[in-house]
Design a protein around this ligand. Sequence first.
Ligand SMILES: NC(=O)c1ccc[n+]([C@@H]2O[C@H](COP(=O)([O-])OP(=O)(O)OC[C@H]3O[C@@H](n4cnc5c(N)ncnc54)[C@H](OP(=O)(O)O)[C@@H]3O)[C@@H](O)[C@H]2O)c1
Length: 245
Amino acid sequence: MALRIDLSEKMTIVIGASSGIGAAIARRFAASGSHVVLAARREEKLAETKCKIEESGDSASWKKVDVTNYEQVAELVDSTAREHGQIDILINCAGHAVAKPLLQTTVEELDAQLDSNLRGLCYSCHATVPHMIRQGSGHIINIGSICSMNHYPEYATYVAAKFGVLGFSRSLYEEVRHHGIRVNVLCPAAVNTAWADVAGAKLPWPQDERLQPEDLAETALFCVSLPKRVQVENIVLWPTCEPTV
Ligand SMILES: NC(=O)c1ccc[n+]([C@@H]2O[C@H](COP(=O)([O-])OP(=O)(O)OC[C@H]3O[C@@H](n4cnc5c(N)ncnc54)[C@H](OP(=O)(O)O)[C@@H]3O)[C@@H](O)[C@H]2O)c1
């Protein structure tokens, strides 16, 4: 049975909300009553997600943001705080991979993976935490991966970025916990999104046996539903189906 929680007093920013996990989280949080600010680069996809949310009678707005650009991220965060008075929940879903051995990876591909998965997430936390400190509360959910704790050939740069997400998140939590801010990391294995196609990845689970983006949305909602005394460090999600390799 789906979790029922009232987020009607809450303001949520989802970065990487134009597709996949971020779009599913945005829909789920909006359905629980939160106003959701959707951010990513593809405007038509953001508009589509906002439309779906509004068709269900829920509330969302969107802003075009490249998470690797600090000014754009700061403007997203500051304008949200200005217009809505608060930022209760920040969810970082932006990221991509390029599945190639390191020596076949161009420097541009290498930088882009570190930037979208890690640098952008550090940027959004850096811009948002001061608002949460002023409020005396806040919840940050970062999307890591099983690559945050395991090694995979052909993913060295992506693995480095996702290890970074976990290390950054745990360290940040220690810095902000006494301000009532929690930082959680969701670490999924294969999720049925466009990620694998973008990466050129061959995942060892058939498409229909992978996790669904809605599973991540439900898990994110679960984290937010827990009493303030509970800090979930990270949650690892695997498909129950055995991998084929
Ligand atoms: N699918 C999986 O198997 C899997 C497993 C473990 C972890 N993850 C992680 O889950 C997260 C979401 O991926 P997904 O599976 O939902 O794939 P997806 O559908 O390809 O979504 C990726 C999202 O990241 C956004 N993004 C990428 N670069 C960005 C940038 N520079 N600025 C702003 N937004 C950016 C994309 O938006 P725009 O292109 O519109 O900017 C899109 O909304 C990623 O961090 C991924 O590494 C995925």
